[in-house]
Design a protein around this ligand. Structure first.
Ligand code: NAD
Length: 251
């Protein structure tokens, strides 16, 4: 069955780049009105909103700040009157350092964006969905929410936290018509991976070796999974952390 989000409203955080950008485009292709959220507004963001058409808006918001996130949901409701789908995706990788070398600043910054940010988004999104008696949330975790990664302690801790928070919110919302799931991407070709590999051939090959399929995933391959999880095709799927990882975790 063809998935259609006509007359539906989808919000995507971290929508200016990578996985968020691809998902915003995928929502628009399915007919949704799209709210693109990011803490950076640049030419690419302006072009994206143009590409998405008249039924898309941009909201500048730092998801780690409560007042920003409250304003984000209020603005989305003022503009479009409802909120059907939220892809809470904004994230940072943090600075690479072993657990004992990780600074307090690195720890706090990463946890604030990657974990607190997801909680804040759900804190303000869920009450709107409760009013509607319907809604779907997908949180962006990572394979780093399912297994450990040396050198990324704050990132791994935050992504494990996102998986636990997703399951908890799913249970709280189970009888309210709201489904809450997480997507756990493997290594996906985005600016975040460029920063982690420094675009150096040897590093890129090391990352590729981690993937049983022998290649990086594409942002669109995560977007497709998010679209499916939001659709009625996934009506019995909630509290699930779905790896979309080319077999990474199976290995
Ligand atoms: P990206 O850097 O291309 O995009 C992240 C976006 O989030 C950027 O537009 C950035 O400006 C925005 N952002 C960051 N902090 C923000 C904040 N505080 N408030 C609002 N916006 C903020 O990276 P990506 O690879 O597309 O990552 C998207 C999500 O996918 C992240 O949560 C990341 O942890 C997760 N992820 C990525 C990979 C991968 O291999 N790329 C793997 C697993 C999980």
């Amino acid at each position: 069955m063809e998935i259609s989000f006509k007359n539906k409203v989808a919000l995507v955080t971290g929508g200016s780049s990578g996985i968020g950008r691809a998902t915003a485009i995928a929502f628009a292709k399915k007919g949704a009105k799209v709210v693109v959220v990011d803490w950076i507004e640049n030419n690419e963001t302006v072009n994206l909103i143009k590409e998405l058409g008249s039924e898309a808006i941009f909201i500048k918001c730092d998801v780690s700040k409560m007042s920003d996130v409250k304003m984000m949901v209020e603005k989305a409701i003022i503009e479009f009157g409802r909120l059907d789908y939220a892809f809470n995706n904004a994230g940072i990788e943090g600075i690479q350092a072993n657990t004992w070398d990780c600074t307090e600043e690195n720890w706090d910054k990463t946890i604030n964006v990657d974990l607190k940010g997801i909680w804040l988004c759900m804190k303000y999104e869920i009450p709107e969905m409760i009013k509607q008696g319907k809604g779907v949330i997908v949180n962006c975790a990572s394979v780093a929410g399912l297994i450990g990664f040396a050198g990324l302690p704050a990132y791994v801790a935050s992504k494990h936290g996102v998986v636990g928070l997703t399951k908890t919110a799913a249970l709280e919302c189970a009888k309210l018509g709201i489904r809450v799931n997480a997507v756990c991407p493997g290594v996906i070709q985005t600016p975040m991976i460029d920063r982690l590999t420094h675009k150096e051939k040897e590093n890129i090959e090391q990352f590729k070796d981690l993937e049983p399929v022998g290649r990086f995933g594409l942002p669109e391959e995560i977007a497709n999974a998010v679209i499916w999880m939001c659709s009625d095709e996934a009506s019995y799927v909630t509290g699930h952390a779905m790896a979309v990882d080319g077999g990474f975790v199976a290995k």
